[in-house]
Design a protein around this ligand. Structure first.
Ligand code: 13P
Ligand code: SF4
Length: 306
């Protein structure tokens, strides 16, 4: 059995040989964040994949994120170290169920959160992230918007726009582990802490948040904030990055149960194996890729709200 240091040395050697970069989502295991060339949110990482002068992208995240990188950078080899690392919320909408919903609302436009498969993106009019969802919805001509798949993000957008939002019944099982009661208890224990919530949290959790932010929004907010303490309402992996970048500030998770098992599948060993065997390559069929890219490109034209 290899120790961590020799695995990391081998990963770095393989990266050089193959002209590869490692991109890791903010929720990845601490040791994966530490070996990554970039750590970021789902969209930021896909854009980073485009900007990188690399032949190979090792994407440490879940399937829809690696697919987004493959959609935006078809000339690069995009690898996912664990092929089963999917997003249960993204799996809650299929192209067929979305087409059926469109038939019910023929005048509506469809906005899909980046947490969707490439096949679903190909069926929508425009994509959004948690950072730009309100701006994306407001940029559209239609007054009725079918919003997939996250009902919590949809409800949040609904509270910020004049348009009629038809929410999908999807949700993130990890963010649903964060309960308002847990947050109130944490607030009692840390009365001067700011509570930052991801918009995938339940509505009653969002109602007691000081700020509602995407993961990158949280990273940026904490950096410029005068507060020294924060209760973090999202997947707990982000605390590693927050603590590393802000050693003088204190962070508490809103719930010890906010852990996404899919995000934790990737290990140092699986990254090493991925580079050794050049597996598992993520490819999106060209017709789907071109349609999904149109929805992503349309979103990128709308300025990020944070
Ligand atoms: P971000 O886009 O904020 O990184 O979130 C992705 C995600 O999976 C949230 O659960
Ligand atoms: Fe999907 Fe939730 Fe995990 Fe994000 S945290 S990848 S939305 S299951």
């Amino acid at each position: 059995m290899q120790d961590n240091e020799s695995v990391i040395n081998n990963i770095n050697k393989l990266k050089n040989e193959k002209n590869a970069v490692i991109l890791a989502h903010n929720y990845q295991r601490d040791e994966i964040q530490d070996i990554a060339d970039f750590v970021g949110d789902s969209l930021g990482l896909s854009q980073e994949a485009v900007n990188q002068d690399a032949d190979v992208i090792v994407f440490c995240g879940v399937d829809f994120m690696a697919e987004s990188a493959a959609i935006l950078s078809p000339e690069k080899t995009v690898l996912m170290p664990e092929i089963d690392a999917g997003c249960p919320m993204a799996a809650m909408v299929t192209p067929r169920s979305l087409r059926e919903k469109r038939e019910e609302y023929p005048d509506a436009e469809v906005v899909c959160y980046v947490n969707t498969s490439a096949a679903v993106k190909a069926e929508c009019d425009i994509c959004c992230t948690s950072a730009n969802a309100v701006n994306v919805v407001n940029s559209l001509d239609a007054n009725t918007i079918i919003f997939v798949p996250d009902k919590n993000l949809a409800n949040y957008v609904n509270s910020q726009t004049e348009k009629t939002i038809i929410p999908w019944e999807g949700y993130c099982p990890t963010h649903h582990q964060i309960l308002a009661g847990d947050v109130l208890l944490m607030k009692e224990q840390h009365p001067s802490a700011d509570f930052l919530a991801h918009p995938e949290c339940r509505i009653d959790v969002l109602e007691i948040a000081d700020e509602i932010l995407s993961t990158t929004g949280m990273v940026n907010y904490v950096k410029q904030s005068d507060s020294d303490e924060f209760i973090i309402g999202t997947e707990n992996g982000i605390l590693h990055r927050l603590e590393k970048e802000n050693p003088d500030k204190k962070f508490y998770h809103a719930s010890q149960y906010a852990i996404c098992p899919n995000m934790k599948m990737i290990t140092l060993d699986s990254v090493q194996k991925s580079l050794e065997k050049m597996e598992y390559e993520i490819r999106v069929p060209e017709e789907t890729r071109a349609k999904a890219k149109r929805a992503l490109d349309r979103m990128l034209e709308v300025k990020r709200s944070e």
